[in-house]
Design a protein around this ligand. Structure first.
Ligand code: PAF
Length: 305
């Protein structure tokens, strides 16, 4: 099958690298930056458990050269989704299954011209430099439809899960993906901003005083989720602690953004929660402070929430 990954960031490179090790598939990584795509020379270096693997695949900025793909993973920042999907249109046909894997909740409103399942992943990935990705922990990926779907779409979903599992990316299909999206949002609410503020890998949040700040931020998010009728199967605070342990060496996506001077996803994560909290009249002092502090770390051009 032809499989395309959009976005050569940490998660996109990790997925593309792992998928390139499956047999019988053609793997493409779509990068909007023509020069960078050419410079990567159709290779990704995957660093896993201290070992290095060179992965061969096609890396290009030209979606027309890829053409319609059976499976497309969208792995760009929440704020870049619209800009990434427009030039990626040649990848999409009615036979495609699109799986966005963004943090936050803004991508749930997309309506592409193909079936779309949402992906939620706890995989840890750090982009050391373009084309060089370190796997920071094998967290579970869940994929599922937001609404009831056709038998054909369900088949595509099962195939996608089988493929990811055969690539070594542990994946389950889900019939209540919206609850997992919120569970992941609360993990990101707890981990991402604080790792950016403390400039530390995820595992260091298990120590004081970050630990109690993380738990308080997640608790506020849990109140919002429950007020919205979201069914959280696992204790969100326990889950945030577990992800810190599972991805201890990982540099969170938000800290990677701050270190590179790029816009962060603070608006899509803690900011999205503040919006919901205000709507529901739930005070969120801890998340307000996290948003303020991360905005202060970022470039002045980044807008207020
Ligand atoms: O955004 C991230 O970095 C990841 O979602 C996670 C799970 C927090 C691991 O670093």
């Amino acid at each position: 099958m032809k499989i395309a990954v959009i976005g050569p960031g940490a998660l996109g490179s990790l997925f593309a690298a792992y998928l390139s090790r499956t047999s019988g598939n053609e793997i493409f990584l779509l990068d909007h930056d023509r020069n960078r795509a050419a410079g990567l020379g159709n290779k990704l270096l995957l660093i896993d458990d201290g070992q290095e693997f060179t992965c061969s695949l096609t890396i290009t900025a030209e979606a027309e050269k890829i053409g319609p793909a059976g499976l497309v993973f969208l792995c760009v920042k929440a704020s870049d989704v619209a800009a990434a999907l427009k030039p990626a249109r040649p990848l999409i046909s009615p036979r495609t299954l699109l799986i966005p894997l963004e943090n936050g909740i803004s991508h749930l409103d997309l309506s592409p011209a193909c079936d779309m399942a949402i992906g939620v992943t706890a995989q840890g990935a750090t982009l050391l430099e373009p084309g060089r990705v370190r796997h920071g922990g094998n967290g579970l990926t869940r994929i599922g439809f937001l609404r009831p779907s056709s038998a054909e779409a369900e088949n595509k979903l099962l195939n996608a899960a089988g493929l990811l599992n055969s690539a070594g990316l542990t994946t389950k299909t889900s019939t209540d993906i919206v609850n997992h999206i919120w569970a992941k949002l609360l993990v990101n609410v707890g981990i991402n901003a604080l790792t950016a503020i403390y400039d530390c890998p995820n595992g260091e949040l298990l120590q004081k005083p970050a630990r109690s700040q993380m738990l308080a931020a997640v608790k506020e998010g849990e109140l919002v989720a429950r007020a919205r009728g979201i069914n959280l199967d696992n204790d969100p605070q326990a889950l945030a602690l577990q992800v810190c342990r599972d991805t201890a060496a990982n540099i969170s996506s938000m800290l990677q953004d701050v270190r590179r001077g790029r816009p962060t996803e603070i608006a899509a994560i803690n900011g999205a929660l503040l919006t919901e909290g205000r709507r529901l009249n739930i005070p969120m002092p801890v998340n307000e402070e996290l948003v303020r502090k991360v905005l202060a770390l970022s470039s002045p051009s980044i807008q207020e929430i």
